[in-house]
Structures are given as structure tokens and as C-alpha cells.
Design a protein around this ligand. Structure first.
Ligand SMILES: Nc1ncnc2c1ncn2[C@@H]1O[C@H](COP(=O)(O)OP(=O)(O)OP(=O)(O)O)[C@@H](O)[C@H]1O
Ligand SMILES: O=C(O)C(=O)C[C@H](O)[C@H](O)CO
Length: 330
């Protein structure tokens, strides 16, 4: 087996976030569930919601794209595959990802729908409530896969959010086959409970077939996947099926379970939690970067916690601080 040139290639939604501060009363008035991610199915609905939003800040997002941005900021060699439309937000997304040093070759798609956008309302406690219009993201065709690139990356990283639509799901299945045939590892993030509700059986099939090497989820997601009574029961149910399971525990930190080895770390300190958007994404970035460097579980978890703490200390889900400098202290 040849040495891969890339640390990670990710496949995910290509989304630009529009973030705005909001009060709890606003979230309730508008009928959103605080802290949740809801899908917005039509551009008209997205426009109507945008019309109700206060002044916004536009920052590239997308869960797996954020993770890749974090890994690139840590010095990893990264590539991203995701679908934007041939429009202004698509150009912004492509610019930002390439400017971060990430290889991004997926051709923009002509015509409607527009590039995906995520309207994010951030309450004074730093909690984010997301409304995502997936737009062009959902049209990622299997032909967009660069098989040689996937075979040339240590890790293939996939987001559950993209499992819903048929074309990207087929693309991700094909990517898994390419990665496995090349002897690479597959990492998968569960993304959200509503995704698991729709695809629980498919996720279990992937796991039972040994297709997933690293599984990321928060407590609610791991519990939902296993339909266990609580987090501990969920870990017990999954730990012998996936070589490495990472469970994030919000302000309690995170734990990793690899066979009989289990390590837990506390959250890294944060002066003020400004916006939790991307906490899980950047945690995954730090952890996977550590793993790609051959670090042990504890040091990888600590880097995950430091990266998550950085991203929640400001608006937007892409890192602003020098992550390499932060990593040097882990
Ligand atoms: N209040 C907090 N203080 C410090 N660190 C936090 C806090 N909330 C989250 N984190 C860090 O972020 C990591 C991920 O958080 P969490 O478990 O909430 O993931 P998540 O639900 O995927 O988040 P999100 O969906 O908002 O990205 C935690 O493991 C922790 O390191
Ligand atoms: O990645 C996705 O699919 C999302 O739904 C939205 C992301 O979590 C959001 O863009 C965060 O930056």
C-alpha cells in the first residue's frame, strides 16, 4: 500500500452560513426549536426567513467543510468534494475553501437551485438555531468523485447530513468503496437526530459491514443510533462494532472508545461562549488531525477540545485563531 498524499478528503454540503444575533423570544415567535437544525425546503421559505432576520454576517459553513477547514488550519493536507451553484454564494464558498489551502475541484452547477445557505440565529447564551436550505448541495453527482484523490487520502470523512438525497448518497457509497479498496479509513459523523431517524437501518448496515472506522456523534445522536436508554448504554452497544467511537459531551468534554481503551477529556476553557455553531465540526477537526498525525486518543481529544473552544468563542464556524499555535500547546 502506497503512502497517501492527503490527510483527509471530505464529502459534505457546500453551504454559506448567514449568522445573526436573536433573542429567545424571537426564536419562539418564529416557531423554531432552539438549538435545533431544521431544513428549509424552498428558496421562497428561505427568503421569507431571511427577511425576518436582523443584520447578518456571512461566513462559509457546511459541517464537513468546517471540519476540513479546521484540519487545514492545523497544517493537514486536505481536499473537499461538495456541490455549489454557479452563483455568488457558490463563488464565496469556493474562494474561502481554496483560500484555506484546501483542494476543491467540484465544478459549480448551472441553473437552479442556488448554493445552499444556512440561516443561523444565535441567542445571547451562544446557542445556535439553524435553518438550512440545502440548494445545490443535494445535487452532487457520483461523477464528481475524484477516485484517485479519495484513494490518495488517509481518511475519507463523510457527513450524515448528506445521506438524505439520492445522488450524494450514491456518491458517498461509491467513495466508501474506493477508500476501502485502497486500504484507507472511513470516518463518519452522524450530524443530527433527524438524520438518524431517517437512516438508522442504513447506518447500522454500514457499521455491521465494517465500512466505518471512526464514528463521531454527540450524546443524543449516539443514543438515537443505538436506541439505548442513555449514553453509557449507547456506548456499550456500539463500541464493539466500530473500531473508534468519539462521543462529544458539550461542556462536559468528549470521550473516545477504541475496543477496550476508553479516554475522556474535559472541555477546554472558554472565556465567553459566543456562538456554538461548528463546535462538533471543529472538535472532529482537532481529533482527526491528531489521529492522522499518529497521536494517541487522549492528545487527539485534547486537540479536538481546543479547536472547539476556539470556534465557539466567536461568530461563525470557521477558525479565526492560529490553530497551529494552539496545537503546539496540546
Ligand atoms: N459550553 C462549552 N464550553 C466549552 N466547550 C464546549 C462547550 N460546548 C461545546 N464545547 C466543546 O465542543 C465539543 C462539541 O460540542 P457538542 O457535544 O455540543 O457537539 P455538537 O452537538 O456536535 O455541537 P454543534 O452541533 O453545535 O456543532 C465538546 O466536546 C466540547 O469540547
Ligand atoms: O452541513 C450541513 O449540512 C448543515 O446543515 C449546516 C452546517 O452545520 C452549518 O453550515 C454550520 O456551519
Amino acid at each position: 500500500m502506497t503512502q497517501p498524499s492527503y490527510d483527509v478528503v471530505a464529502i459534505g454540503n457546500a453551504i454559506v452560513d448567514i449568522l445573526s444575533p436573536a433573542t429567545d423570544a424571537f426564536i419562539a415567535d418564529i416557531g423554531m426549536t432552539k438549538g435545533a437544525m431544521a431544513l428549509v425546503f424552498s428558496p421562497e421559505e428561505a427568503d421569507a426567513l431571511y427577511g425576518k432576520m436582523g443584520p447578518g454576517q456571512e461566513v462559509s459553513g457546511g459541517s464537513a467543510a468546517n471540519t476540513i477547514a479546521g484540519m487545514a488550519a492545523l497544517g493537514g493536507k486536505c481536499a473537499f468534494i461538495g456541490q455549489v451553484a454557479d452563483d455568488q454564494l457558490g463563488a464565496v464558498f469556493a474562494h474561502d475553501i481554496r483560500a484555506a489551502g484546501i483542494r476543491f475541484d467540484t465544478e459549480a452547477r448551472a441553473g437552479s437551485p442556488t448554493t445552499g445557505r444556512c440561516l443561523i440565529f444565535v441567542t445571547p447564551d451562544g446557542q445556535r438555531t439553524m435553518n438550512t436550505f440545502l440548494g445545490a448541495s443535494h445535487y452532487l453527482p457520483a461523477e464528481a468523485l475524484d477516485r484517485a484523490l479519495i484513494a490518495d487520502a488517509k481518511y475519507l470523512y463523510l457527513e450524515g447530513y448528506l445521506w438524505d438525497p439520492e445522488e450524494p448518497r450514491a456518491a458517498m457509497r461509491a467513495a466508501i468503496d474506493v477508500a476501502r479498496a485502497a486500504g484507507r479509513k472511513v470516518a463518519f459523523t452522524l450530524s443530527a437526530e433527524f438524520v438518524i431517524d431517517r437512516h438508522r437501518d442504513a447506518f447500522h448496515q454500514l457499521i455491521d459491514a465494517g465500512e466505518i472506522d471512526v464514528l463521531f456523534g454527540n450524546e443524543a445522536e449516539i443514543v438515537s443510533l443505538t436506541q439505548a436508554a442513555d449514553t453509557e448504554a449507547a456506548i456499550a452497544a456500539i463500541k464493539d462494532k466500530v473500531p473508534l467511537v468519539v462521543v462529544t459531551l458539550s461542556e462536559q468534554g468528549a470521550c473516545a472508545i477504541a475496543g477496550n481503551e476508553r479516554v475522556q477529556v474535559p472541555a477546554a476553557p472558554v472565556d465567553k461562549v459566543v456562538d456554538t455553531t461548528g463546535a462538533g465540526d471543529l472538535f472532529a477537526a482537532g481529533f482527526l488531525h491528531g489521529q492522522a498525525q499518529g497521536w494517541g486518543l487522549e492528545r487527539s481529544l485534547r486537540l479536538g477540545a481546543v479547536c472547539a473552544a476556539e470556534v465557539i468563542s466567536h461568530f461563525g464556524a470557521r477558525p479565526l485563531a492560529d490553530l497551529k499555535a494552539l496545537a503546539a500547546e496540546v
